[in-house]
Design a protein around this ligand. Structure first.
Ligand code: ASP
Length: 382
């Protein structure tokens, strides 16, 4: 597969990259590296270690000096266990109140309670752990890792997950809202007129419409309305691991669990093949178990980008309900995958992209934001 390298990833030092971000020729002013026109979308970094994640993996630092993919890459290349390195990385977004879609300060459910989902998978050990609907713990990925390490199970939910976390020594807090997440929830509540719960279908539609109207009115970015972090790594031994952690869909029905903590949906890792994880409309991903599908496509020899495109094509074909289609008869929602194979080839692919759709990548050249590849042209609302 031909290599597609941005200038930022072609041996520019980290310092040069950071400097170039302000206006370097190869980078847009946003600091986003984009493929040259006509260049193959597929990216290949050879067998060198790398960490790939959703775009927020190169955005938040929680007051420190490293972004998620940078910390994970550093720890991994210093010899720390690959999955522990990724979990230490995503903890930055989990703890950073600025990321309103993950961990502390994540979007609460419709009752104003933050319920978190996560799963993680260790390629070499062939083990995985997950938690769903977890309340009161800022770092669900670390709890998912405890499920992997000390139990014979994969998934703990709700009160049971919280009791487990308490027993493992995690601090349980009354409320993971921040002033900002509560303020957004109150605005949403105001928009759906909570005094008059409509029939469930109308309520769901009203809730979704209120969320989108808040995006349009500039209360938050679309990425925050959805939003999650998936982070996957390949180390110098050729071992793979992944982790996904989220507060789930903004203002979800209490108890709703999406794709993030479900193996095969929000994440899947096969140490002999590759890793894939997701952000976006969890329900669409769950129907297709897309992360598993993508890994199976790669097992058959597909490149990460082609594997993700195949999964998105299946999602498109399976989307038949009118409420989920736009005026062109195409899905009216976003769904993205971050994929790496054992050879170090990787891709970030989305149902749709906009100028701001990026994934995060860290190699020996430091962290960068790379444009996602679209499966469909246009936007979900066209
Ligand atoms: N996939 C997550 C969920 O459905 C949310 C997201 O990534 O936007 O819970």
């Amino acid at each position: 597969m031909k290599e597609r390298r941005t200038r930022a990833s072609r041996g520019v030092t980290r310092r040069e990259f950071v400097k170039a971000g302000a206006g370097g020729a190869a980078l847009l002013s946003t600091g986003i590296a984009r493929p040259a026109r006509g260049a193959p979308a597929v990216q290949s970094s050879g067998p060198k270690p790398l960490v790939i994640s959703s775009g927020n993996g190169n955005r938040y630092k929680n007051g420190g000096d490293e972004v998620v993919v940078e910390r994970a890459f550093r720890l991994m290349t210093e010899g720390k266990d690959i999955l522990e390195s990724l979990i230490a990385g995503v903890e930055i977004t989990e703890l950073d109140p600025g990321d309103a879609s993950v961990g502390y300060g994540g979007r609460p459910n419709a009752d104003g309670v933050v319920q978190l989902d996560s799963c993680c998978m260790h390629g070499p050990n062939r083990r995985a752990g997950g938690v769903a609907g977890l309340e009161g713990v800022r770092t669900p990925a670390a709890v998912a890792y405890q499920v992997l390490q000390v139990t014979d199970h994969h998934l703990l939910v709700g009160k049971g997950a919280q009791n487990f976390a308490r027993n493992m020594g995690f601090e349980i807090e009354d409320d993971l809202n921040t002033p900002r997440s509560r303020e957004m929830w109150l605005e949403w509540k105001r928009r759906i007129d909570p005094g008059h719960y409509l029939d469930p279908k109308k309520r769901a539609e009203a809730g979704h419409a209120a969320g989108l109207s808040m995006v349009r009115d500039g209360f938050m970015d679309e990425e925050e309305y959805y939003g999650t972090i998936n982070c996957d790594g390949l180390n110098a031994n050729g071992d793979l691991a992944g982790v996904t952690t989220t507060s789930g869909l903004a203002w979800k029905i209490p108890g709703r669990v999406g794709d993030s903590p479900i193996l095969g949906a929000g994440l899947y890792v096969d140490n002999e093949v590759g890793a894939a994880g997701s952000t976006g409309r969890g329900e669409a991903n769950l129907y297709g178990l897309c992360s598993f599908h993508i890994v199976e496509e790669m097992r058959r020899g597909a490149h990460p980008k082609d594997a993700a495109m195949t999964a998105l094509s299946r999602v498109k074909d399976n989307t038949v309900e009118k409420r989920l289609l736009n005026s062109r008869g195409l899905p009216n929602f976003g769904l993205s995958f971050y994929v790496v194979n054992k050879a170090g080839e990787y891709a970030g692919v989305s149902m749709y992209t906009s100028e701001r759709s990026t994934f995060a990548l860290c190699t020996e050249n430091g962290p960068e934001s790379v444009a996602m590849e679209p499966f469909l042209e246009g936007s979900p609302s066209d």
